[in-house]
Design a protein around this ligand. Structure first.
Ligand code: GLY
Length: 354
């Protein structure tokens, strides 16, 4: 088992990574939530038939009372009505302030149930058991929880750090290749922003089989990079922005496909290539770097280019009616493995993009 400690003072917690840890969830949760008697497990309609029984067996063997709620799989469950449903069901189950909420699933389940845990009874403990690669390397770590609004994704939420994150790499075996690749976009991002050797390792091990043969150390490496960023800037006021490499432009691609044509990982993949090209134009990024990122993404079937019009870029960058200011902070690479933040006028960025 690999354990990583996230040091955030009284909000500190461990990430534990091990094949089969799903079956030990009960005893692991008991250690961090010693007063909890009842656990409220949230999962989705894809994950429930695969892993809920194993989790339930482990929780009951450890002496917990358990209630499980299954939400429909998909982003549309990250909404206010599903949140309200969770609150009601949590309270109806008898959950108290010393009990805990457990998220079993991907980013939607983690974000939704984390926000419900943060707000029910003015906050109850929360444990993440992420089952997708994207959730294991990104959304389950760092405490961002949220729901989507009509105005945009993740626009109502808060920071609510989990008490524990349990990652069972075996759960990745049931992902489709496309969903696996989605997570790999974020994995490659970590190499780009913080660790050239890690990036080179990923380039040398491009197949899913090679990645899975090294998955424990890959998960550890990604979470360790995120740990260092989150410990420096828990509430995302500066340094944490480096995690958004490829994401602002990626947001334009998600918008251009109405959040249906392109997944988050696909949009981030193409967004990283465009951000690298932008960096070359601005004289920040070495000219060979966009090609290196493309070469890392392509074997996974991730797109390296997505068509986008100027209006969509403008909406994503915030040159719109929201009055979010004239400047934007870009995340650029000044070398492979090192990200820098550059504040620039939005108009200039848009001129360069279109
Ligand atoms: N996913 C970006 C962050 O956690 O800050």
């Amino acid at each position: 088992m690999k354990t990583l400690h996230i040091n955030l003072g009284e909000r500190s917690y461990d990430i534990r990574i091990a094949p089969g840890i799903l079956d030990k969830a009960g005893e692991e949760i008991k250690k961090v939530c010693p007063k909890a008697r009842r656990l409220f497990v949230v999962t989705d309609s894809n994950v429930f038939p695969l892993y809920l029984t194993r989790l339930a067996n482990s929780l009951t063997a450890a002496g917990f009372e358990m209630t499980a709620l299954t939400v429909p799989a998909g982003e549309h469950s990250k909404c206010a009505s599903e949140l309200a449903n969770l609150w009601e069901k949590m309270l109806a189950s008898g959950l108290t302030r010393t009990d805990a909420v457990v998220a079993l699933g991907g980013g939607v389940v983690g974000d939704l149930s984390g926000f419900a845990a943060a707000t029910a009874l003015r906050g109850v403990d929360f444990v993440q058991i992420p089952t997708t690669l994207l959730a294991q390397v990104d959304s389950s770590v760092g405490g961002k929880v949220a729901i989507d609004l009509r105005a945009g994704k993740n626009l109502a939420g808060c920071f609510w750090q989990p008490k524990l994150v349990l990652m069972d790499p075996d759960t990745l075996n049931t992902l489709s290749d496309a969903t696996f690749a989605d997570g790999m976009a974020e994995v490659i991002k970590y190499g780009c922003i913080r660790d050239k050797d890690f990036f080179d390792f990923l380039c040398a091990h491009p197949t899913r089989a090679e990645i899975m043969a090294n998955i424990e150390s890959i998960l550890y490496q990604c979470c360790d990079i995120k740990r260092s960023v989150v410990e420096e800037d828990e509430r995302d006021t500066g340094a944490r922005m480096v995690l958004n490499f490829g994401h602002t432009i990626g947001h334009a691609y998600e918008l251009s496909g109405h959040y249906e044509q392109w997944t988050h990982g696909q949009a981030v993949a193409a967004g990283m290539v465009t951000a690298a090209r932008l960096g070359v134009t601005l004289g920040v990024t070495p000219p060979e770097l966009p090609g290196q990122i493309e070469a890392a993404l392509a074997p996974l079937g991730l797109p390296t280019e997505i068509p986008c019009d100027s209006g969509t870029y403008a909406a994503a960058i915030g040159r719109d009616k929201k009055g979010t200011g004239a400047d934007i902070t870009l995340v650029l690479l000044d070398q492979m493995g090192h990200a820098v933040l550059r504040k620039m006028p939005k108009e200039q960025v848009l001129d360069l993009l279109v």
